[in-house]
Design a protein around this ligand. Structure first.
Ligand code: ADP
Ligand code: MG
Length: 464
């Protein structure tokens, strides 16, 4: 395989992957998505073990652990790549090439890609972006402190680091500190334990710009907030810029932040980032697609933009999967491939872990059906009773509709295979898989069956 392909595969499958720890010779590696597991087991396990052993000969086993919270968590992403020193080329796209503290930029998470210039502006984030720009160019001015809030994957971290980059670029001798509320909390706790609180205070009070991400995770520990409050006031008095982010506005943080902190934020500049509209989603996709050395048809990008609405992170996830498919199986990104990826991701979401709903992929359907709707659709299309469909008869005229019903159930319902099996007279998960596979396979070379399935989908109102 070409080295450039290998490199981008590495980036794809190692995104948000990290070393979680060591346990008696076991190196525990965290993967952000269940679907990474197979790839790692099949393609990287041996290589990873070898590389790890070169670093530490005591390591004798690689254990994988899927941890959804790793998604987009750059604080923990860097480590794993260091296992592959020869692959850690300077040419890696910015995503993983964390500049670990170029002089003056303090904090582990300065991602070179997160600049204000690469941030796509739309109505959903215009104010936040403008405020970010103003904070960088007139720090300590009207927009101090700057408070940016919004849901997951909507660009808060990107904007925060963008402010830091822009300010630092204009003032190369300045000190910019980026941290998360969790890291800050840990530092305070550590400092207290080791009686180093003075030096911690000093470190924070010397900076020219303080950026704290995700302050909703601030521990409501008296001491942490006390430290933060003093640092915060000292910096504000010295007219140093402070930028923070949170998943909600200050007024909704009363269970997390002390009142005086909250009200201080309320008197500063507050801007939200909302879900991007269609045009912004498309513009982001076009930007991101350019970074990969693959041609994406405009129609394909438009299709993704139309169907994935909840967050920029989800958009990027789909694009990344398409790139992986291209690299691993030479599959050109078509609308069909994208649909498959969306179904697969959304299937995994339901199958593997309820929490992954947070990833929020939308199936390209007009309306999400209920189980009963599907059954009724199948029943009226084939003119057989619902009892027969869910029953145990092994007549072919009934088995095929039953398989189709299971197939549709898997495709459109938020149900695991075992849950689905229960609705069909308690069939187990492997029987359900078997039936579904049959339909999937037959649809490929039997246009008649495909037409039947489409007709039912239309009848139930899933498709146009
Ligand atoms: P948050 O911190 O709000 O959870 P991030 O800043 O981590 O979200 O954004 C998730 C991903 O989406 C990042 O890769 C980021 O670069 C990208 N992103 C989000 N919003 C935009 C935007 N408006 N333009 C370009 N990229 C964006
Ligand atoms: Mg973030």
């Amino acid at each position: 395989m070409e080295p450039s392909l290998q490199r981008s595969m590495l980036i794809t499958w190692f995104k948000d992957t990290t070393v979680l720890g060591m346990d008696e010779g076991k190196l525990i590696i965290g993967l952000p998505l269940p679907m990474f597991l197979n790839w790692h087991l099949q393609h990287y396990k041996e290589q990873t073990l070898k590389a790890a052993q070169e670093l530490d000969s005591a390591i004798n086993q690689i254990v994988y652990h899927v941890d959804l919270s790793l998604q987009g968590d750059e604080t923990r992403t860097v480590d794993i790549l260091s296992l592959f020193p020869e692959k850690k080329s300077r040419k890696l796209p910015g995503k993983l090439e964390m500049s670990v503290g170029s002089e003056g930029l303090l904090g582990r998470m300065f991602n070179p890609r997160y600049t204000l210039d690469t941030f796509v502006v739309g109505t959903c984030n215009r104010l936040a972006h403008a405020a970010a720009q103003a904070s960088a160019s007139q720090p300590g001015g009207k927009y101090n402190p700057l408070f940016i809030y919004g849901g997951v994957g909507l660009g808060k971290t990107h904007l925060l680091q963008g402010v830091g980059h822009a300010f630092h670029q204009a003032n190369p001798r300045s000190l910019v500190l980026y941290t998360t509320s969790e890291e800050f909390t840990n530092q305070v706790i550590e400092a207290i334990r080791h009686q180093k609180i003075e030096s911690l205070r000093k470190k924070y009070r010397e900076v020219d710009m303080l950026i704290i991400d995700d302050i909703q995770f601030f521990a409501s520990k008296e001491r942490t907030q006390e430290e933060f409050f003093h640092t915060f006031n000292t910096l504000l008095e010295a007219r140093k810029q402070i930028v923070v982010s949170s998943d909600r506005p200050p007024r909704e943080l009363h269970d997390v932040l002390q009142d005086r902190l909250r009200s201080r934020f309320e008197r500063g500049m507050i801007a939200d980032v909302a879900e991007p509209d269609y045009e912004t989603r498309l513009a982001i996709l076009m930007d991101r697609a350019k970074e990969y050395e693959i041609f994406f048809d405009q129609k394909v990008l438009a299709f993704i933009a139309e169907h994935v609405k909840d967050s920029v992170r989800s958009l990027e996830g789909i694009l990344m999967q398409a790139v992986a498919q291209y690299e691993l199986e030479q599959r050109v990104p078509t609308i069909q491939l994208i649909t498959e990826i969306m179904c697969k991701l959304s299937h995994d979401v339901h199958e593997e872990n309820e929490e992954m709903r947070a990833v929020g992929f939308e199936l390209p359907v007009k309306r999400a059906p209920r189980f009963e709707d599907l059954l009724e659709g199948v029943s009226s299309y084939y003119s057989i009773s619902i009892q027969d469909i869910t029953g145990t008869s092994r007549l072919r005229e009934i088995m095929v509709p039953r398989q189709v019903a299971m197939y549709l159930g898997k495709k459109y319902l938020r149900m695991s295979l075992s849950q689905l099996g229960e609705r069909f007279s308690g069939r187990d998960h492997s029987t359900v898989i078997h039936s579904i596979r049959k339909v999937e396979k037959r649809i490929q070379d039997d246009p008649l069956l495909l037409r039947e399935v489409r007709a039912i989908e239309r009848e139930v109102g899933i498709l146009e």
